[in-house]
Design a protein around this ligand. Structure first.
Ligand SMILES: *Cc1c(COP(=O)(O)O)cnc(C)c1O
Length: 462
């Protein structure tokens, strides 16, 4: 064994204790830590010949990179849709590395990791009050979940046409219908050979909405004249968190043949709140659902989950099987995640989610979700009442979309605000206007963060 590795093994206790102490110092100061940094790494090192061991590498890291880390898991990082990390999730994440399991099969050589993954999916279904007829698994995020779901959708369309696209390649244009798809769904269409431009766009509802107009959807379906197609619907659009009308879609599904996908990356967690779960009425009839763990579930990156109706399992296996590897077993005989999703070897991605769900339960997540919604509404109301700002859409859930009344100043205002390092929001365009999004997804955020940010915004405007 190389002497640096041997040395490390002999002082493993000290190593991990040091990391724990540094980690706690970081997390305890997270609220005061800047949300942006102007420093840049300009010089790079070469690969050492004789590695000095981990304590030296840690010193090096702490000196060069640590000061540049921004508080993206802190209470005032409202850019994108950025969740924090619960203590239980961090524990689960550490253990994932320590046990270092390759999560594939439930029937392997005593491998319990896929069993943990399946149990975690069951807990997630319970949290979201979804039926147990979904087969679920973990991937790196909602992008890969959309990819996984749409791959099976593609196979389903082929099956309706008597074709096996996974085996023979795609031979025709598959109609994909959507109103306000997330960019990652469009990216998935590109990766799947379905074509990012092949979307039949449905109008949005009248009156400042991003949800699809159901009459237009129905007439579009009529025009398809019975061709099987894929419907990508939204449980939470990114700009204004609008939800498609799932009850109406479920009714259409009784009459027409289509694969129904819901991108519920963060909006699916509205199901945790009795007051908001109505937004998801009848979503349990969708063929596939995308969820993100590293957003509202507040577990570390990379955590996304797909839910696909179990009745489609053969199509799922057809899409992801390792068909020329007899040593991996017959995909039809034994359950193995490597025949059900894009990756083969995977870390035990479910464990941080398992820890967080078991540690905080239904009530814990209800409180996280409702706290975020309450804060978003308060922030939105303050924006609405402030003469300098314009609220661009009602706050439907946990995101506030707004701009400066003085449009020309919106971009420079946001740059100055973000440069303070005290809060972080992201730019967007909404209905042709330069806009700003603030998304509330972190369990650490409090009313004090709202008050201090509003004050800071006033000062930045002046
Ligand atoms: C964030 C998001 C995605 C992409 O998720 P990643 O975790 O970044 O891959 C997809 N859909 C929606 C609605 C999202 O909010």
């Amino acid at each position: 064994m190389h002497k640096s590795i041997e040395n490390d093994l002999n002082q493993f206790d000290e190593l991990l204790t040091t990391v724990k102490d540094k980690g706690i110092a970081y997390l305890n100061a997270l609220s005061e830590r800047p949300t942006s940094s102007t420093h840049q790494v300009t010089e790079h090192i070469n690969l050492p010949e004789e590695g000095p061991g981990t304590l030296k590498a840690l010193e090096h890291f702490l000196q060069r990179f640590e000061p540049l880390m921004v508080a993206s898991s802190g209470p005032r990082f409202w850019g994108f849709v950025t969740g924090g990390t619960t203590p239980a999730a961090i524990v689960g994440d550490w253990l994932t590395s320590i046990y270092d399991q390759n999560t594939q099969t439930t029937k392997g050589d005593g491998d319990v990791s896929a069993t943990i993954e399946q149990e975690t999916i069951q807990l997630l279904l319970e949290l979201l009050q979804l039926p147990k007829d979904y087969l679920g698994g973990f991937v790196s995020g909602a992008t890969m979940s959309n990819f996984t779901c749409l791959a099976v959708a593609r196979q389903w369309v082929g099956h309706q046409l008597g074709k096996d696209f996974a085996r023979d390649g795609i031979t025709e244009t598959i109609p994909v219908v959507s109103a306000t798809p997330h960019s990652s769904s469009i990216k998935s269409l590109a990766m799947l050979g379905l074509g990012s431009k092949n979307i039949i766009h449905i109008n949005t509802k009248n009156g400042n909405r991003e949800a699809m107009d159901m009459e237009h959807l129905e007439s579009t379906i009529q025009n398809l004249q019975g061709q099987p197609f894929i419907l990508i619907s939204s449980a939470g659009t990114v700009n204004t968190v609008d939800f498609d009308d799932f009850s109406a879609i479920a009714k259409l599904k009784e009459k027409h043949q289509f694969w129904w996908h819901i991108d519920a990356a963060f909006g699916g967690f509205a199901a945790c709140s009795p007051s908001y779960k109505g937004l998801l009425m009848d979503w349990h009839q969708a063929d596939s659902i995308t969820l993100d763990g590293h957003k509202w579930l507040n577990v570390p990156y990379e955590s996304g989950a797909f839910l696909i109706k179990e009745k489609h399992q053969l199509l799922q296996v057809a899409s992801f099987q390792n068909s020329n590897a007899p040593y991996l077993g017959d995909p039809m005989e034994s359950f193995n995640y490597l025949n059900l999703l894009p990756e083969n070897s995977r870390r035990l991605k479910a464990l941080p989610v398992w820890f967080s769900l078991v540690s905080y339960g239904r009530e814990g997540y209800q409180s996280i979700v409702e706290n975020c919604i309450t804060l978003a509404k308060e922030f939105g109301q303050a924006i609405e009442e402030n003469e300098r700002f314009e609220l661009l859409a009602p706050v439907r859930l946990n995101t506030v979309c707004f701009c400066l009344k003085n449009q020309a100043r919106t971009a420079s205002f946001l740059s100055s605000l973000n440069a303070t390092g005290k809060v972080f929001m992201t730019p967007t365009t909404y209905q042709g206007k330069a806009a700003i999004r603030a998304a509330f997804v972190n369990y650490r955020t409090t009313k004090k963060d709202i008050t201090s940010t509003l004050k800071l915004m006033e000062e930045t405007c002046r």
